[in-house]
Design a protein around this ligand. Structure first.
Ligand code: PMP
Length: 383
């Protein structure tokens, strides 16, 4: 039986563009540390420079504003810590953070760990935060406002540009550098506009393996002059913001995958939308009791979140795995931990109900025949 992979939001298959740059890299018998002064080191540095330039052009920022990291978890962790550290240089007391109630754990959990006061902004029953609620929660000691761009569980698009503009207006009115606005844009690329001119964010994060690059490479965009104190010491790499020898191979796969995503945005979006529509019309026909969440609001096209009343998702994920279909229960980061979906809880589902979700996510390599077969197998499993 052919396996059908519907877990792109957890990790997408390596893209042909990434494979090509890996092959070329290996043929060149790569050796050398980008920081070394000899020719081998300079060749590595040149590859890294090109990756910075490519990613920066796609995001509409300067190459020195692109910091390569090991992934979005590291980017999110460092951003919170680095901004709080910068604030503490000149302020006494407890920093305050504002964030939506549906943030990724790599954001939510760090904030608490850093001893900050956190205001969580509730979302609607459709899983969307109101920009005005976020802005209203800003106080004199608010250091950071965080809102993810696309929710990684149900795919709802959050009003990040509106929040970014609201934060800018607040700073102007109070003649202050604070708060900073950060968006976790991991699930937004390439389907949503991640150009800095659109986002109005001071910083944002991306993760390579969601777009067809190797795992272990991510981006933290830090706009010029924003308050940030690096939390890493012992190496001046990545403009002093992320010490440690760089992952050159990861960076060039990231640049190649993002370049493809950027060039083919329209086609990729149309393809994903077609798959999403097909999945959701098949569900409506064959499994009318199953609900698709977020359908009434703006959603990214690569995720369909199915809610199965009275069903505990982990069991379905395992049963689907046995019949050759790979999907996720909520978010991959929390699977294995058997926790209810924090997004569903924030949307008003009770803890028991919040176990009943199944995330199907797909992309460039997914075919219509595959999703049709996958839904057929889901019908059998739910039998
Ligand atoms: N933020 C979001 C919205 C995500 O979906 C993920 C991946 N589950 C992450 C952060 C963490 O990304 P990474 O795997 O690169 O650490």
């Amino acid at each position: 039986m052919d396996r059908i992979y519907l877990d792109y939001a957890a990790s997408a298959p390596l893209s042909p563009e990434a494979v090509k740059v890996i092959e070329t890299f290996l043929k060149g018998s790569p050796v050398g540390n980008p920081s070394s002064l000899h020719i081998e080191g300079r060749k590595m540095q040149a590859l890294l420079d090109r990756a910075h330039t490519t990613v920066a052009a796609i995001l509409g920022v300067h190459p020195t504003e692109v910091v390569f990291t090991s992934g979005a978890t590291e980017s999110n962790n460092n951003l919170i810590r680095g901004v709080i550290r910068a604030w503490r240089l000149h302020h006494e007391g407890t920093p305050h953070l504002v964030m939506s109630a549906i943030e990724h754990p790599s954001w939510r959990q760090v904030a608490k760990h850093e001893g900050a006061d956190v205001t969580l902004i509730p979302v609607s029953t459709d899983g969307v935060v109101a920009a005005s609620d976020v802005i209203k929660a800003i106080r004199a000691n608010t250091v950071l406002v965080g809102c993810m761009y696309v929710n990684n569980e149900i795919g709802t698009v959050q009003p990040v540009a509106e929040i970014g503009k609201g934060v800018e207006a607040y700073r102007e009115k109070h003649n202050s550098r604070w708060p900073i606005f950060h968006t976790d844009a991991v699930q937004a690329f390439p389907y949503c506009n991640t150009h800095s001119g659109h986002l109005h964010a001071d910083s944002f994060t991306l993760s390579g393996h969601k777009y067809g690059a190797l795992g272990g490479i991510g981006v933290l965009v830090l706009r010029k002059n924003m308050p940030f104190q690096s939390t890493m010491r012992g190496g001046g790499q990545e403009w002093g913001f992320r010490g440690g020898t760089e992952n050159v191979l990861g960076a060039i796969t990231l640049a190649a995958a993002m370049e493809h995503g950027d060039t083919h945005r329209g086609h990729l979006t149309q393809h994903a939308e077609g798959l999403q529509n097909l999945i959701e019309s098949l569900i409506a026909q064959k499994l009318p009791k199953v609900q698709v969440l977020g359908q009434k609001v703006l959603r990214a096209p690569h995720i369909s979140y199915l809610w199965l009343p009275g069903v505990v998702d982990e069991h379905i994920v395992h049963k689907l795995d046995l019949v050759g279909v790979s999907v996720s229960s909520g978010s991959a980061c929390s699977s294995g931990a058997t926790l209810p979906s924090s997004t569903l809880v924030a949307m008003g589902y009770d803890e028991r109900e919040a176990f009943g979700g199944l995330r199907l996510s797909f992309g460039r390599g997914t075919t219509r025949a595959e999703v049709t077969q996958a839904i057929g197998r889901l019908v059998e499993v739910l039998g």
